[in-house]
Design a protein around this ligand. Structure first.
Ligand SMILES: CC(C)(COP(=O)(O)OP(=O)(O)OC[C@H]1O[C@@H](n2cnc3c(N)ncnc32)[C@H](O)[C@@H]1OP(=O)(O)O)[C@@H](O)C(=O)NCCC(=O)NCCS
Length: 176
């Protein structure tokens, strides 16, 4: 197997990374993602950043023997003045082909993205990792990332169920 080559994305890669994002998105739902599941998610995803590539977004590609083995999408955002007004870098989406995992590609792509965001003046780097994505969290933790936020989501069915259970519990307690 040839060594891994790293480079910035080009338009010729769009179709391949769109397919990879679609696999990543499917994986998200397998490990607990609960937002709606749009059709053509790969196209919508690509459209969300292709016009700002090289400015606020970048995609780094890993290639083995001329085939794309993985990608990393990162983005820069400015936080509001009351949060310091600084530029913050975000490692958004990464997918490594299952045959190319545990070769250090995810680590290298992350560092390339972080180096670029640092060169653009990012104050710090953020990631969002689904709760059950152990592999991803381990990769980032060993770079020095620290847990800062917990993000929760309330679905109305859970809200209604829990509220009903609580009301029933109170009713039972009153009868005792
Ligand atoms: C998570 C993912 C990107 C890791 O990519 P990778 O190229 O295999 O990772 P690396 O080889 O660079 O691993 C670096 C370190 O991360 C940790 N790590 C990576 N995969 C791991 C796993 N499956 N279990 C435990 N630790 C893991 C290890 O510490 C590893 O170092 P080691 O191999 O020396 O032990 C890859 O498994 C993947 O594409 N998963 C599905 C999509 C996903 O979760 N994307 C990230 C969220 S957007």
């Amino acid at each position: 197997m040839d060594e891994v080559q790293y480079r910035l994305v080009s338009e010729a890669d769009f179709s391949a990374i769109k397919d990879m994002y679609t696999q990543l998105n499917t994986y998200f739902y397998q490990i607990g993602y609960r937002l709606p599941h749009p059709e053509n998610v790969g196209d919508i995803w690509l459209d969300s950043f292709r016009r700002t590539l090289g400015r606020f977004r970048n995609v780094f590609i890993a290639e083995i023997d001329g085939d794309i083995a993985g990608f990393m999408l990162c983005r820069l955002k400015r936080v509001p003045a009351y949060m310091g007004g600084v530029l913050v870098g975000e490692l958004s989406d990464m997918w490594i082909d299952s045959r190319a995992r545990r070769m250090g590609i995810g680590d290298k792509l992350s560092r390339l993205a972080m180096d670029w965001m640092r060169s653009q003046g990012a104050h710090s780097i953020e990631i969002q990792v689904l709760r059950d994505n152990e592999a991803s969290w381990k990769l980032y933790e060993r770079m020095g990332f620290q847990l800062e936020f917990r993000v929760g989501r309330l679905l109305w069915e859970d809200y209604d169920r829990v509220s009903t259970e609580a009301a029933e519990g109170e009713g039972t307690a009153r009868q005792l």
